[in-house]
Design a protein around this ligand. Structure first.
Ligand SMILES: Cc1cc2nc3c(=O)[nH]c(=O)nc-3n(C[C@H](O)[C@H](O)[C@H](O)COP(=O)(O)O)c2cc1C
Length: 333
């Protein structure tokens, strides 16, 4: 299934400016998900892969003294990118310097977020409609830091405005060192299929690495996407919710041509329990509230999963969650 051509093309490290990454599979930034706890789990199975923090507002960062928890990275957590969003080049440059001081190997700028609250203030995907501001952002951030600056964006604002080819070239000319393309328009949100054909077109016009994003849910879809687009790597997103194994599974396949056996329901639930306990230790009660959604994502594809999901979505304490998972583990064992 892994053609010799594809294997050869992807066997060298991914070069992001002067940073070499020994994996072609990346874990996407996911707000409310890719905190330090989640990234540790992904990293266990994908030691070489690039990870991203949740997106951090440069304006908020400008106004606070203490670094927000979502920007925290482990000292030995590498390669790691801190993702920033905003529309102000000066605030983004300042935020980028703080991110480098925290240990970021690259700075990623979010130009794809579709959420109204963000786009109304000129950030996220609204930058697709303001390419001059986007260029100014890239130039100013590149000048402010000596790590590579990368962009994550969409193919355009709407079907009537698929502007990615021009936009991508402008970002490269402004100094971006890698582009990740979520192959949907802003208007699509997360609906409909990712239109990978646009990633192939972007790849044809750029010389910097292009990372394909959108609908990478399995080893098969990753291979199909890499083959059809010519992209330099793939980034996994919703496929990792409740499944921190995905990046590692794809990476292993691309390196060896062999598929890892999928984790059993027991292994997935053990992972869920560890995730819950770690979120509690890291964030306290707020961690439990956040853990509810993670737990419901883990609890699927076994007898009794629906009931467990319903119960886990209501947990108030770490112990309640652990008891529910342990009870299910006993039944499955
Ligand atoms: C819960 C959630 C949070 C997200 N947060 C971010 C984010 O902070 N930064 C970002 O660039 N994209 C974010 N995204 C977009 C994803 O990184 C990705 O581009 C998108 O989900 C498409 O990939 P998929 O079809 O494989 O899910 C988020 C998506 C989801 C579902």
């Amino acid at each position: 299934m892994l053609s010799p051509n594809l294997k050869a093309r992807l066997s060298s490290p991914l070069k992001v400016g002067n940073v070499e990454v020994k994996s072609r599979v990346l874990q996407s930034p996911l707000s409310g998900v890719t905190d330090l706890v989640f990234r540790r789990l992904v990293r266990r199975y994908a030691p070489d892969s690039m990870m991203y923090t949740e997106m951090v507002s440069a304006t908020e960062l400008h106004h606070v003294k203490k670094l927000p928890k979502i920007m925290e990275v482990d000292a030995n957590e590498r390669p790691i990118s801190i993702q920033l969003f905003d529309c102000r080049p000066d605030f983004l440059a300042e935020a980028a310097q703080k991110a480098v001081a925290e240990g970021a190997d690259t700075i990623d700028i979010n130009m794809g977020c579709p959420v109204n609250k963000i786009t109304k203030k000129g950030g996220g995907s609204s930058l697709l409609r303001q390419p001059q501001i986007a260029e100014a952002i890239v130039r100013e951030v590149v000048n402010a830091v000596d790590v590579p600056v990368t962009i994550k964006t969409r193919i355009g604002w709407s079907d009537e405005e698929i502007t990615i080819l021009d936009f991508a070239k402008r970002m490269q000319d402004a100094g971006a060192q890698m582009m990740t393309i979520h192959a949907r328009t802003r208007a699509q949100g997360y609906n409909g299929n990712a239109r990978w054909e646009w990633i192939g077109r972007v790849k044809e016009v750029l010389s910097i690495p292009v990372i394909a994003n959108g609908d990478i849910f399995s080893v098969e879809s990753a291979v199909q996407c890499l083959q059809s687009t010519g992209a330099d790597g793939v980034m996994c997103s919703r496929g990792t919710l409740g499944y921190p194994f995905l990046v590692g599974e794809i990476d292993y396949f691309l390196k060896t041509g062999e598929k890892l056996p999928p984790p059993t329901p027991i292994q997935r639930l053990e992972c869920a329990r560890e995730h819950l306990q770690a979120l509690w230790e890291y964030k306290g009660d707020r961690g439990i509230l956040q853990a509810r959604k993670h737990m419901t994502w883990y609890a699927k594809d076994f007898v009794g999963a629906a009931q467990l999901r319903a119960e886990l979505s209501l947990i108030e304490t770490v112990q309640q969650g652990v008891n529910l998972i342990d009870r299910t583990l006993e039944q499955l064992n």
